[in-house]
Design a protein around this ligand. Structure first.
Ligand SMILES: C[S@@+](CC[C@H](N)C(=O)[O-])C[C@H]1O[C@@H](n2cnc3c(N)ncnc32)[C@H](O)[C@@H]1O
Length: 278
């Protein structure tokens, strides 16, 4: 049976997809802009396209992120390849990138070649966005997952980024290097958090941390003094209810200028501080 664009969209909505997701999947498969769908809703899909869209609709309605179906996600103005080996970069994480860029243009502006590290880089989105927007940095990106690092390396090559990569657990991947700026969006969801059910398609190691979600945040804060230059900054993304805990961790470890930034939804999302100068 032949299926028109309008019919394919109707079927996707009936399967529970949001209209935007349905349009994006159809446009992606047909290689057309979304506006084309509206002007051509009586166009008949080739049988292979109809079958592929139907399969995508089934997977999307089972909760698979749209980005895993299309294989890419936009972040901070760049398009990144993604696979189920990496977390899908979130718009809220752009706050972390913006803060890093603000420091590089402000307090760290006097440094000719600031040493910067992104711990737990996943797709490489944070590291690559910072390096592409502030190319004077020497950027290292790390992850404990070799499969994630493969995706990140491919993204760096595709986006002509000079980011270097290292494998290992948190600061253990950086050797004896010291940094002027460290950023991280570590796993911070508690193992018993009910929201995890909706994230079942993303890698569990990218999402979950022990101690009510704070174990990775604490490991990074505790190890930071041995890896930061005096006056260097540590910026951490965290859960919207973890700002007070992260502020306390940083202050107790001896950081000053501790501050929290909000995300696009006005939730406390990133907390950072400056390692003391002496
Ligand atoms: C929340 S994801 C963030 C990915 C990416 N930075 C982003 O913002 O889209 C956390 C990342 O930390 C990595 N990770 C988990 N445990 C780690 C560890 N012990 N050491 C280094 N990286 C780790 C995961 O593999 C995952 O890529």
């Amino acid at each position: 049976m032949s299926v028109t664009v309008a019919e394919a969209l109707r079927q996707a909505l009936a399967a529970g997809l949001a209209r935007l997701d349905a349009q994006l999947l159809l446009a992606e498969r047909l290689g057309k802009p979304r506006s084309w769908l509206l002007a051509n809703d009586d166009a008949v899909l080739a049988p292979a396209d109809a079958a592929a869209v139907e399969a995508w609709v089934r997977r999307r309605s089972a909760g698979e992120p749209l980005a895993y179906l299309t294989g890419r996600k936009d972040f901070h103005g760049f398009t990144f390849a993604v696979s189920p080996d990496v977390l899908v970069p979130r718009p809220d994480t752009e706050v972390l990138v913006d803060w890093a860029l603000e420091l590089l243009a402000g307090g760290l502006a006097g440094l000719e070649r600031p040493e910067v590290v992104d711990l737990g880089t996943g797709s490489g989105a944070v590291a690559i966005a910072i390096e592409r927007r502030a190319p004077r940095v020497a950027m290292l990106a790390t992850d404990a997952s070799g499969a994630a690092l493969d995706v990140a390396r491919r993204n760096a090559a595709a986006l002509q980024s000079t980011v270097a990569f290292a494998s290992g657990s948190w600061w253990g991947a950086t050797g004896t290097r010291r940094f002027h700026l460290a950023v991280s969006n570590p796993p911070y969801i508690a193992p018993d958090d009910p929201h995890l059910a909706a994230l079942a398609h993303e890698p569990i190691d990218a999402l979950v941390a022990d101690d009510h979600g704070t174990a990775a945040l604490r490991a990074i804060v505790d190890g930071a003094p041995a890896h930061l230059e005096p006056g260097g900054w540590l910026l951490l993304e965290h859960g919207h209810e973890q700002a007070t805990v992260v502020q306390a961790m940083l202050s107790a470890r001896g950081f000053d200028a501790v501050e929290t930034r909000i995300d696009l939804g006005a939730n406390p999302r990133c907390t950072g501080g400056r390692w003391r100068s002496s």
